[in-house]
Ligand binder design. Structure first.
Ligand code: TYD
Length: 223
């Protein structure tokens, strides 16, 4: 069903490799939009609902190293199905802007292009589970893998026993594929994706996002 008929709020997602600073940018964007008087819901994946947060604990538990890619796909998609139906879709219907810290593109990239599963299978499962809902704009925060992972470790300085979550523990090669995967998706769909270099200070990254955001807000076809 055509997206413009289904929703009234603007649906945005922020994507990128681990350590790109998505969460900080999502919060900054939410605050800025709220200052303009727009109602905004910020949500994250996996998680964002009580059920989704429980699924998140399983997905990121570093003890579950044996978890298969199909199991990951189904769990990420299950959390997303709940998030769409409980939070994203009703919010959009009320005219609320939704910012999702990760969405379907993360599954296509982490479990598909980097994890080895066919992207079409992931798309099919999600089209069924998440009701064909896609963001209007996806901000892709691009960062080189080493810098991203270094940033993550920096966050935990002073915790010498830091292991990272189950996904962060994967090898460098996997994280390289993740970065390439996101760039590949962005080049295929340049209308939806907006790529931002995320190595700068958070304030300058935010300004770049904000510039694009203003353009989107001026466009009456959006939202
Ligand atoms: P996130 O909480 O965004 O971690 P970070 O802020 O460190 O980037 O995401 C948790 C991990 O889950 C992250 O390594 C990416 C991974 N992930 C997938 O593998 N598939 C998915 O569909 C999603 C949403 C996340």
């Amino acid at each position: 069903m055509p997206k413009k008929e289904r929703k009234k709020g603007l649906f945005l997602s922020i994507e990128g490799p681990d350590g790109a600073g998505k969460t900080t940018q999502a919060r900054m964007l939410k605050e800025r939009l709220e200052k303009m008087g727009l109602p905004v819901v910020l949500t994250r994946e996996p998680g964002g609902t009580p059920i989704g947060e429980e699924i998140r604990k399983i997905l990121l538990n570093p003890d579950f190293r044996e978890m298969t890619v199909p199991c990951e796909i189904l769990l990420y998609s299950a959390a997303r199905a709940q998030l769409v139906s409980e939070c994203i879709y009703p919010s959009l219907q009320k005219g609320i802007t939704v910012i999702s810290d990760r969405y379907l593109d993360s599954t296509i990239v982490y479990q598909g292009l980097a994890g080895g599963e066919k992207p079409e299978i992931i798309e099919m499962i999600n089209m069924w589970a998440a009701g064909r809902l896609l963001p209007e704009i996806t901000f892709l925060l691009d960062i080189d893998v080493e810098t991203g992972l270094r940033r993550l470790r920096g966050k935990y300085t002073g915790a010498p026993d830091w292991r990272g979550d189950r996904m962060e523990q994967k090898e460098l090669e996997f994280h390289r594929k993740v970065r390439q995967g996101f760039l590949q998706l962005a080049s295929r769909d340049s209308e939806r994706f907006f790529v931002i270099q995320a190595g700068d200070r958070p304030e300058s990254v935010h300004e770049k996002i904000w510039e694009k955001m203003q353009e989107i807000l001026r466009d009456p076809a959006k939202g």
